[in-house]
Design a protein around this ligand. Structure first.
Ligand code: ZN
Ligand code: ZN
Length: 77
């Protein structure tokens, strides 16, 4: 997977330590699963499968985010 900007805070994911990556992913999941509550009007793209987060059910969201987190944190090992 191509490393890129954080879907939550817009910074480069390589500048995130493991905890920061976790926090951003947690927040991303909240926004993606409840865009209305967070006032997000634009479509949220999944950083893992590049699909529309609106097309993900809860299980898919969890799976994609686990994959994303694994990907961004494994680089530091
Ligand atoms: Zn971030
Ligand atoms: Zn996905």
């Amino acid at each position: 997977m191509e490393k890129g900007d954080c879907p939550t805070c817009g910074k480069d994911m390589s500048q995130h330590d493991e905890w920061q990556a976790y926090l951003c992913v947690e927040k991303f999941i909240k926004v993606a699963t409840n865009p209305v509550a967070y006032g997000s009007v634009k479509k949220i793209m999944c950083p893992t499968c590049k699909g529309d987060m609106g097309d993900h059910n809860e299980k898919q969201t969890t799976e994609c985010m686990n994959e994303f987190l694994k990907d961004v944190t494994s680089e530091k090992a």
